[in-house]
Design a binder for this molecule. Structure first.
Ligand SMILES: [Zn+2]
Length: 399
């Protein structure tokens, strides 16, 4: 008879192995048992035991046989894949003025999607939940979702159950996830949009870059951070509020209510405010369009003036912020995301010189700055990854 501790340990290992196998299918959708053993480094016996159970439970299914025959037995290898019918997943993003939702199956194939203008500010949690659940019914054809996952601008609870603060939601509206659980009966995950963006980038990089950051330059400045192969977050919240690190205490008004944050100098609204000579103690009322960003770039390129000064100040604010993080974590590659990332090409020289002045590199690293304008697609993709990973954890570890 096994000692109790040993039994517990082997049960834990079995659960971890189940999760490793499901995770392997997230990297490669169709795998033979031999490939699965290679990719997970688990023994053929463990692979056979676990996949047999997952096939019985309807989590996996056999897919079209591989055309390459098994060399030892001379017959096609059975290919396994995640069973799409196991679950219906709804993922989406709620940003300033816009809601996007998509329905996918358990294998991650998208079935339907909807994007629409959505004013969330001032609405109650119940009203938001009613509107979202109506759209969910529309894209799932009335089918109930097994999990709903959202990316939201703002700070979210560490357990992903609620929004703690958001510039686009009222205090009551922040509780929309709980109202959506009531309304749909499905578990609802809400997560900071930048945390989801960096999950999507990590998947794209195949998990090969252990430490990197994503700076969202959109309606505000956000950050997602991966440190040593794991999403970095706070004890209670999504944290990584890079945009609200103090840059000039007591300075320009930030949308968070404080003064002098990095965002109050480097966000699209702050650059527009400075470029147009608006009072720095006021917040611009309307959102900044990509055309407005382009006009700032063009005028800054044409010569000295408020536009060039605004971009220089924005570069310094970002540079000081990154120098602070590099001092804490060592330098890491940064991906600038969102419409404001179009500004990076004209800000890069000033940004790099601010970093040189404010961060003492032991060995000068080759810092890479990449840009990507479509933050919504990454947020949605990250929300879907989070939802599917949650379902995989339930399959592997139990509820
Ligand atoms: Zn702030």
């Amino acid at each position: 008879m096994q000692a109790p501790e040993k039994a517990i340990l082997s049960d834990d290992v079995r659960k971890q192995n189940r999760f490793r196998i499901l995770n392997a299918f997230r990297q490669s959708p169709s795998l033979s048992r031999t490939q699965l053993a290679e990719n997970t480094r688990l023994s053929p016996g463990t692979i056979t035991n676990i996949t047999t159970q997952l096939l019985t439970d309807g989590i996996l299914r056999t897919s079209a046989p591989d055309s390459a025959p098994d060399t030892r037995q001379g017959r096609p290898r059975v290919q396994l894949a995640l069973n799409p019918a196991h679950a219906t997943v709804v993922s989406g993003s709620l940003t300033y003025g816009r809601l996007t939702l998509r329905a996918s199956d358990y294998a991650g194939a998208q079935a339907a999607s909807v994007t629409q203008e959505f004013v969330s500010d001032g609405k109650t949690a119940q009203r938001i939940a009613d509107e979202i659940s109506g759209l969910i019914r529309q894209i799932t054809g009335g089918q109930s979702a097994d999990i709903i996952s959202f990316g939201v601008q703002g700070t979210t609870a560490k357990d992903r159950s609620s929004v703690l603060w958001s510039p686009i939601l009222s205090e009551d509206g922040c509780a929309f996830a709980a109202a959506l659980v009531e309304k749909t009966g499905a578990p609802v995950l809400v997560e900071n949009d930048c945390a989801l963006i960096i999950r999507a980038l990590d998947r794209r990089q195949g998990g090969k870059v252990a430490t990197f950051g994503a700076v969202l330059m959109s309606y505000g400045i956000g950050m997602g951070l991966y440190v040593n192969g794991a999403l970095f977050g706070g004890q209670q919240s999504s944290a990584t509020e890079f945009g609200h690190l103090p840059y000039r205490p007591g300075g320009a008004q930030c949308r968070c209510g404080k003064k002098g944050c990095i965002e109050a100098y480097a966000s699209d609204y702050a650059i527009w405010r400075a470029a147009t000579g608006m009072d720095r103690s006021l917040l611009p009322r309307s959102p900044v369009s990509p055309e407005m960003i382009r006009s700032v770039i063009e005028r800054a390129a044409a010569g000295d003036g408020p536009e060039r000064a605004a971009l220089q100040e924005a570069s310094r604010a970002l540079g000081i912020g990154l120098a602070t993080l590099f001092a804490l974590f060592d330098p890491f590659p940064v991906v600038f995301i969102g419409p404001g990332s179009a500004l990076v090409s004209v800000m890069e020289d000033e940004l790099r010189s601010t970093l040189r002045e404010n961060f003492r590199f032991k060995q000068r690293p080759h810092l890479t700055f990449q840009t990507e304008t479509d933050e919504t697609a990454l947020t949605e993709q990250g929300a879907e990854i989070a939802a599917l990973e949650n379902l995989d954890r339930i399959v592997a570890y139990g509820a």
